[in-house]
Ligand binder design. Structure first.
Ligand code: FRU
Length: 498
């Protein structure tokens, strides 16, 4: 049996409000997103086994088939032709007595006539032992056969997990497989290579570097050209880090990256430190698709934070994926930086919409939305001064996105009683540097509780859960000075029914 999500609500959910707010509004509970992947019911965390195969985007995900809290970890499964309309399928890899199925990846064979998909995932045994196991699918990813020799990669340790398999060419030009996995508590990424996806040869380790008091999770290694130059390729290590222990950082989990080189054995970063990948509170475990069309690096992340994931007020589902993001490397102020832009439908929706230019300051611009909207803004801080976007829904909470020219920052704030009610560490301000010297381009995606802000063509991103309640959301724009702001607004409900 398959269940159609169609980027819309499950039948057990209240209907989403359309562009004209009509339905009853409620505080507290967060509504289901319209254009992001959520499970029909129950708990979801990390994206797993992202692969483009047979014309479909397959997403497996950490899933509890038995409830809305973390546990009984298994791989859920959904497919989409366009990363917008999703069909949820039966559980792909189910937990068994004594063994949970933790995060991992899937790769497609590129051998003509061979349709096999291979999954590498972590077997998390009840005796606290973690090792990597293998499964294959010959029906396009719907049913899986576990390898009788599992686990296929075992160090006898207890936090060895999250294998991500990546293709590369060795020094002789032979196609090889690289597996990166973490020793989470050692803050190390271990690299293994293979010719057959079963026998793995240890090559090297990266780390520990950066802060301690963290576990490292969900690595990925992605090859990307710098500034689109095919002659200048680098490897980017993506990493998720989660503070642990009694004095754990209350900001909780986040993603970082390092740009470097990979010689077939060793990953060498260009700089010693890791760089933060997203400056919001809610982007974790992001990894890229295998075999995406055109060799593009398309990432999905889980939009939550281990600090409070268990108390996010949604039902009958809990957990959502981010927008799909295309990763690229761009030289900015002399440094090679990872940039992220929405991939796919977001750009085409915006390109169909008509921009409007509004004068700043004269009087705040108010926009009533269904709680789901895309908004692109362009302005010149030299003419507008500070700019504020406030978001208010039925909940007793205020969310704002503000360019404070004095501070030289773009700040995303979530505050108010309904933010505090989620978790004591939920309210707060996230910020990125943003100069007043250059015109600004900002893309804001709000899909119920999911707020994603892309600054200057993805140079910075801030992804956060927002507690606006169900029902309509009013967006208010105002600036300190008179300079104009160009606005493009899309109502996704209109796009989805078009
Ligand atoms: C990351 C993570 C992984 C692990 C999975 C368990 O969010 O902790 O390290 O495989 O979640 O659900």
């Amino acid at each position: 049996m398959t269940e159609t999500l169609a980027a819309g609500p499950a039948p057990t959910d209240p209907a989403p409000t359309g562009p004209v707010p009509t339905g009853p509004a409620s505080t507290g509970r967060m509504p289901r997103p319209l254009f992001h992947l959520t499970p029909r019911r129950h708990w979801m965390n990390d994206p797993n086994g992202l692969v483009h195969h047979g014309g479909l985007w397959h997403v497996y995900f950490q899933y509890n088939p038995e409830g809305s809290d973390w546990g009984h970890m298994s791989w859920g499964h959904a497919t989409s032709p366009d990363l917008l309309h999703w069909t949820e399928h039966p559980v792909a890899l189910r937990h068994r007595t004594g063994e949970q199925v933790f995060s991992g990846s899937v790769v497609a064979s590129r051998v003509p006539g061979d349709e096999t998909l291979t999954a590498l995932y972590t077997s998390a045994y009840d005796d606290a032992h973690q090792a990597q196991s293998r499964a294959t699918s010959i029906d396009g990813g719907y049913t899986w056969q576990r390898d009788p020799g599992n686990p296929v990669l075992d160090r006898g340790t207890s936090t060895f997990r999250d294998p991500k398999v990546v293709r590369f060419l060795d020094a002789d030009g032979h196609a090889r497989w690289l597996l990166v996995a973490v020793e989470a508590e050692d803050r190390q990424v271990l690299l293994y290579t293979s010719a057959d996806l079963r026998e793995w040869t240890y090559q090297s380790a990266f780390g520990p570097v950066g802060d301690d008091g963290l576990v490292w999770e969900c690595p990925d290694l992605v090859r990307l050209p710098v500034d689109g130059d095919p002659e200048d390729q680098r490897w980017v290590l993506l990493l998720s880090t989660n503070p642990v222990g009694e004095d754990a950082d209350p900001d909780g989990s986040s993603m970082s990256y390092a740009v470097g080189t990979f010689d077939g054995q060793v990953f060498t970063p260009d700089a010693e430190q890791l760089t933060r990948l997203d400056h919001g509170r809610d982007l974790y475990a992001g990894v890229t698709f295998d075999d995406a069309p055109g060799g593009q690096a398309v990432m999905l992340g889980w939009m939550s934070n281990w600090r409070y994931a268990a108390s996010v007020p949604t039902a009958p589902w809990r957990g959502a994926m981010s927008l799909p993001r295309r990763l690229a490397l761009r030289t900015l102020a002399g440094r090679v930086r990872l940039v992220q832009e929405p991939f796919g439908f977001v750009r085409s929706w915006l390109d169909r919409a008509t921009p409007a230019t509004v004068p700043g300051h004269a009087q705040p611009v108010e926009l009533v939305s269904s709680g789901h909207l895309l908004c692109e803004l362009r302005w010149d801080p030299a003419a507008t001064g500070s700019l504020r976007l406030s978001l208010r829904g039925a909940a007793d909470a205020l969310v704002s996105v503000c360019h404070d020219v004095e501070a030289g920052e773009l700040q995303v704030t979530r505050s108010g009683p309904d933010a505090e009610a989620v978790h004591p560490d939920f309210p707060g301000v996230c910020a990125v540097e943003l100069s007043r010297a250059e015109p600004v381009h900002l893309l804001l995606s709000l899909d119920g509780p999911l707020l994603e802000v892309f600054v200057n063509q993805g140079e910075q991103t801030l992804s956060s859960l927002v507690p606006l309640g169900t029902g309509p959301v009013t967006l208010t724009l105002d600036t300190d000075d008179r300079g104009p702001v160009t606005l493009t607004v899309v109502d996704p409900a209109g796009e989805l029914t078009a």
